[in-house]
Every structure is written in structure tokens, then in C-alpha cells.
Design a binder for this molecule. Sequence first.
Ligand code: ADP
Ligand code: MG
Length: 680
Amino acid sequence: MKITDDISSLKGIGDKKKEAFAGHGITTLEDLAWWFPRSYEDRRKLTPIGELRPGKPALIRGEILSRRYSGSPYKKHAPVSFLVSDDTGTLEVVYFNGRYMSRAFEIHGRYVFYGKITENRGRVQMVHPESCREGSPEDVREVLPVYPAISGISQKEVRKFQRQIEPVVDEVPEWLPEHIVREYRLAGPAFALHHIHFPKDRRHVLMSRFRLIFDELLTLSTGLLYMKHDNVREGEGVRLDVSAAEEFIRGLPFALTPGQKRVWGEIAANLRDGHAMNRLVQGDVGSGKTAVAEISMFCAVRSGYQAAMMAPTEILARQHYQSLTKDFQPHGIRVGLLTGSMKKSEKNEVLERLLSGDIDILTGTHAVIQDDVTFRRLGLVITDEQHRFGVEQRRRLSVKGANPNVMVMTATPIPRTLAVILYGELDISVIDTMPAGRRPVRTVSVDGAGRAGVYRRVEKELAEGHQAYVVTPLIEESEKIEAHSAERVYQELSRKYRNYRVALIHGGLPQTEKDRIMADFYQGAIDVLVSTVVIEIGINVANATVMVIENAERFGLAQLHQLRGRVGRGSDQSYCYLIQESETDVARQRIRIMCESTDGFHIAEEDLHLRGPGEIFGTRQHGLPEMHISDIVRHGDVLEKAGKAAAEILQEDPGLVSDGYAELRRRVEKMFGEDIKLEL
Ligand code: ADP
Ligand code: MG
């Protein structure tokens, strides 16, 4: 048996189980060894029978007093029950396969049972418990690992397979250099794998967990740092002249907020110093990140460079294109658009103009980072709503120019430790003020009975010339989910608001159609836009003052906050109506938080409490590989250590080419898959 063997080489794994394992990425013995318990079930503490409570599993010990079995050769399916007693009381242990079990226990023998306690007509019972004779080698009194569920494979089976591979797991060699093992006081990998699956001692389990979490975060950090290293060129960055900024700022229809001013100052210091900027700009929805981006791009162009601004969706990219065109045209700056859905000929034209320097600023979706896109003189790269982009996409964007300044913008607050690992030695700026005159959006939640009232109030806003969004969770009517589909709401509102123009937009429409609808909405040719979450991020129409969210219970907090951020962008009072139909506790809490606060950072914090960090700052959202045992937020302190170790390792061996790092290299490649290419 070798650790690289296929999982089907184990006894008891046929095609079905092989497939079930494969569904969770487990194809080799190694994968199985790295399939870690989610928790442990402590079966060491005995409960006196007199203290048993129905509904909970318990471990008991006692003497068999009697047996009751009414089966006979003619009546094969009768259950058997045993009366078990300790000093504190008696308990009935029941097995339905009575014929088989009736001989399993000796009267007056002493046994240990583990199972769930139930109550049946006033009698305390344990049905089908696991059992063994007291003191026997297979004593059930132990701490058992509980693995993440795999459909088609029971916990007992996973444990059995882990037992089977124990001999190879116990032979896993140390793969980290001694100085790192010593510096971070790491347990050996064989020790760690053993104790994580076969826990005996709490301290050993903790040491094992630390080692395995460290391993995973070290692998992650090494991969990320490698990619970062890969795109940081030696030598000078692009130096920009920031004195031009005043000219642009004077032309803005508003004065910068204190937060915008400060953040622009921080950016300007980076742009003028000749080292490539690497800065994350955080700011709540509506705080005016775009203006800061525009000032920066203006300086790039005035310094003789091009700039690129990338958005995560077509709609947002097109919106940027329109507003950038409007804001830059008066200055004679030419803006281009590049998205995935454009015709080949259109794309080619943009590419040519980009190369010839005929386009100063290119905005678009991730099409901007395709290999065929070449800038003439790229000096600044901005990504909007940064958290939507994957690691690899970011990497490709920043290698485009020689060593361009990079700025990433996000409305999602990111914990410091996470930001450092995601973006390396990146500087962070926070726009912490909202434009003056903004009135907080008034948020009201209603149930189904209040729905008609909401739409009457929407009509009042329409009568005053304002526009409204209505967001629904589904496109088409579904029998399974009782939700108002966009389609149905659209029809209903078209009938209700005869004097207004109602339109429907959803992800299933062709791009040209979506563009036309959005353009109409921007221009005020549409009054009510019924939509699925395609409008979630970034859309900016100041005249829209109402956001109605149907089935608000189906949206997460971050999503609700983003959606609400679509209104309240002008000086008029705006409203957000959350219509909730079915209620769960968590949904109710989310909606309560929405009604109480408009502060994105506060809401993100509350979200953290409700959902736990893994899900929000989940690796998937950040385009990171999936983690097995570590959580980049919860294990922030280990992450810091692992990041330091990774930096030391790459300093010593930047390409991970030495034999000593062969295993680390293999792990990095395994974790990042296609995303990473380690070159020899
Ligand atoms: P976000 O940070 O969510 O991307 P935007 O950049 O889209 O926010 O800005 C939201 C709105 O606020 C836009 O209409 C923008 O023109 C306006 N805005 C930005 N800065 C200011 C300011 N200093 N004063 C007034 N309005 C502003
Ligand atoms: Mg924005």
C-alpha cells in the first residue's frame, strides 16, 4: 500500500463508493488521509441511568437484569429488549432484529452502551445502541471523529477506511525543513494525521490541528506569494504626475468628501514616488470610490500613460463606460470599452486603437485581461468590486504593463490578516465618509399583508417623477419555491402602473437587450425596473429612490445591503421596502439588522456573527482554492505565521527548485491546480 494509491484499492470500496468519494475530491489514499473530521464525539463520559434525558446520546454502563423476547420460529420479527441497571436506575435497551440480538448479551453480564435516549410510553429506552462488554478491547468508550457527510458512505465506514490506511499514514515523512519545524514548534505530519483521525488526548489533537492548519496555510501563502513575486518586476514602477488632479477635481459637480480627499492623498503619494502602487481602497456602497478612481486615471493620462478599469459584470462595465465617457470627454480623454459579449470586429477595432494609443482609458469586464489585449503604455490598473475577482485574474491584470500602479476597490470590509495574504504587502485606504446631503435610506419591512401598501407608496414616488427598482429572487415561476418571480411581478406591476413604463431585466436576456433596458433606465425612459439580482452591484441612478425587495428572506445580508445601496444616491429621501413572506429566525434577524443600520461595516460585522467567517470571507468569494481544515479568518494568527514562513522559504528558494522543497512544490501545485505554473 502506498499513499498515492487509488482509493478503490481499499477493501470495501466499489464503483459506487469510489464515485461518492470522488464527488468530494477524494481519489487517492492521500486525499482520504487529508479528509479531516469536522468534530469529535466524546464517548468517554458515563451518564448514570437515573440522569438520562431523552433526545440526547449517552454512554451508560450497567448489568443486564433480564431479557424479554416473544419471538419464535413462527414469529421471526419480534424485537428483543433488555433491562439494564446501574446504581441509579434501569433502562430498556431495544433491538428490532430480535432473533439475531437475543443471544448477544449474557444475563447478569456487565456492558457498555452508546446510543440516543428515547422515551416510549413513559419508559426510558435506548434503541439499537452500539455496545460492548465492559473492559473489552473494542470498548465504545472513546473519542470518535465525525467527518463531513458524504452521501452513500456512513461515518462508521469512513472511520473503517481511515483505520485501513493507518499503516501508510503513519509513514508520511516530514516535508518541511528542520528550521521551520523548530521555529514554529510543529508536530510531525505522521503524528498529526494519526491523532486527527484517532484522537486520544486533547493536547495531541490540538498539536495535530495546528500542524495541519499550518501546512494548509503555508501551502496557500507560498502559492499566493509565488504568484505575487512572479508579477513584481524589479526596478522602477511607473511614476505619475499628480499635479494635474486639481484640474479634474475642479471640474467635478461636487466637492470631495473629507474621506475622498484623504484617500486621494494616500494614492497620490504612491503614484508620484516611482514605486508601483499596490493599494486597496475600501468604502461603503455610495461613498464615492469611482470619483477617486477617476482622479487617478486622469493623472495617468495627463502623464502620458493609459489606464484600465475592470468591472466584474457586463452591466457594471457598461455603466462605467458611460460615466467615464461623460466625465472625461470634456477633457479630451478617449475612453474605450471591451467586454466578452462584443462582436469580434468591434473588439478588434478597440484592440487596435488601444495599441496605437488612440484609447486613453479602457474599461470592461475580464475581457480586459485576455492575452490578446496589449496596451501601448499602461500606467494604472483599477479593479472595481475587487472581491469578485479570482487570484489568477488579478495576477494577469497586473502583468499587462511593465509594472503599472494597481488599485483595487471594494465595498466589502476585509479583515487585515486576510487582506495581507490576499494582496501581499498592500496598502489599505478607507473612504469613511459619505457625500454630504445624503439622507440614510428609510428601510421598512412588511409581510405579505403589507405588500399592497408598499406598492401604493411606490406609486407616490413615481408620481413625483422618481424611479423604482423591484428585485425578486427568481426568474420563472417555480412550483417548489414560493417566491415571486420577476416575470410574475413584472406582469402584475405592468397592470397596476398603467401610466408608467415598467420593464423586466434578468440574467437570461441577450446582452443587447439588457444594454438597451439599462440605457433606458439611466435616461429615465423606464420608471420601474423589475429585476433579478443582475443589478446587485455598482449601478448608479440618482433619480431612483425606491428599492422594493420581494422575498427579502431569501437574500443574504451583504446582498441586501448592496441592493439597498442602489438608492439614496441623490439628495432626495429614498426608501427600501423589504417584503418577507416566510420567516426563519435568521432571516428575521437579517431584516431587523437592515432596518436598524445603514452602515456597511456594521452590517458586515453582524453578518459575520450570523454566518460565521468562513462563508463570508470564504475562499470561493476571493477566488482562492478551497481549504480543508483552515479558515483564513478564524486562523488569522496561524496565517500570519505561515505567511512569514512562506516568505522565508521563497527568499531562500524563489522557484522552489531544491529537493528539500519538492513536496511543498507538489502541494502548492495540487492546491492551485491550473491557476499556478511553477517554472523550473
Ligand atoms: P461607490 O463607492 O458605491 O462606487 P459611486 O462612486 O458610484 O459610489 O458614487 C455614488 C454617487 O455619489 C455617484 O452619483 C457620485 O457621483 C456621487 N458622489 C461621489 N462623490 C461625491 C461627493 N463628494 N459629493 C457628492 N456626491 C458624490
Ligand atoms: Mg462603485
